[in-house]
Design a protein around this ligand. Structure first.
Ligand code: PAP
Length: 326
């Protein structure tokens, strides 16, 4: 990969030369570009390319990775609560007044802020989140022994979540946006950070090759058994709970604090927007990150044919990963 540092202007100009697409079902309101096999908004692409050129992983870094709509917000909240638990509890945590996206920076959205913070305080070890697929992560991350946590989710629920999020963000009334079209495009791999098959395959492969530094978490498992998954996560990222903490119910308190029921009713998550959203010209109101938080909403959207089609695709594209996705 090219290593020369590019200016923001160079990157912007380069992106305009990439293949373009716009979802028909959002009435052409937003262009995505294809870069190294993924579809993305230009603003995020600027961040990805910039991160690829400038970001240097440090040994203590932890990366929270996900395909959009797979549980990112939840994972960020839990990871933040785990690593800051000596400092904060449910009475004073910044999660009470900030969407989790403001508590854990995103590599592609906040690259400038991340680099700036490192410049000021090199020991800063907050986890960093990203939607960048494994193969496109900055070389220094892939070459490091940094811990990577990857959350994934039933693809059918990802599609439904993505559909509603896009409609909300672009103000498209649901009756004007046929779900079938959204479904078909997603199956063709055309969605933000898609194709999802490549995303899942990349991290599944990394976890097979380097299990000691790659943890896969499944959204549905976390819903079913949050305690053991939160424990696993804490151990994996180097913040294990002590026996005393377990006895005192710290894990349960973190789970409750980060639950959909709790976070979704906070004022900041009902009416706020993320830091820096306006400047990026991609405004997603915080409430859009908290829709239902349930497993299986796809059943309210999919026909039998859609289910058959997606299951077939999952088989074709992902059976080699060993991930339980159906
Ligand atoms: P992002 O990748 O754009 O940040 P992400 O957080 O991965 O989005 O996905 C949002 C989904 O997580 C929503 O799912 P839904 O559309 O099916 O409802 C959202 O409701 C769900 N979600 C957000 N917070 C939580 C939480 N605390 N617990 C469980 N699910 C959550």
């Amino acid at each position: 990969m090219e290593t020369k540092v590019m200016s923001a202007r160079d990157i912007e100009e380069m992106i305009k030369t990439f293949p373009q697409y716009t979802h028909s079902w959002v009435k052409g309101r937003e262009i995505m570009y294809n870069y190294q096999g993924i579809w993305c908004h230009p603003k995020f692409l600027e961040g990805i390319i910039s991160a690829q050129h400038t970001f240097k992983a440090q040994p203590s870094d932890v990366f929270l990775c996900s395909h959009p709509k797979s549980g990112t917000t939840w994972l960020k909240a839990i990871a933040f609560a785990i690593v800051t638990r000596q400092k904060f509890d449910e009475s004073n945590t910044p999660l009470l007044t900030n969407i989790p996206h403001n508590c854990i920076p995103s590599l592609e959205k906040n690259i400038e802020q991340i680099l700036e913070n490192r410049h000021i305080d090199n020991s800063c070890i907050t986890p960093i989140a990203t939607h960048i697929p494994y193969n496109l992560l900055p070389e220094s991350i892939r070459a490091s022994n940094c811990k990577i946590v990857y959350i994934y989710r039933d693809i059918k629920d990802v599609i439904v979540s993505y559909y509603h999020f896009m409609l909300g963000r672009l103000n498209v009334p649901i009756e004007d946006a046929p779900f079938e079209e959204a479904f078909d495009e997603f199956c063709q791999g055309i969605n933000v950070f898609g194709p999802i098959w490549d995303h899942l395959s990349g991290f599944a492969k990394a976890s097979l090759e380097r299990p000691e530094i790659t943890l896969l978490l499944k959204y549905e498992d976390m819903i079913k058994d949050p305690t053991s998954n939160v424990k696993r996560l804490a151990e994996f990222i180097g913040y294990p709970f002590t026996t005393q903490e377990e006895k005192e119910g710290v894990i349960e308190r973190i789970i409750k604090m980060c639950s959909f029921e709790n976070l979704s009713k906070l004022e900041v998550n009902r009416s706020g927007i993320q830091n820096g959203e306006r400047a990026r010209a991609i405004v997603s109101e915080n409430r859009l990150y908290f829709r239902k938080g349930k497993v299986g909403d796809w059943e309210n959207h999919f026909t039998d044919e859609m289910k058959e089609k997606i299951d077939k695709l999952i088989n074709e594209k992902l059976s080699h990963t060993g991930l339980a996705l159906k």
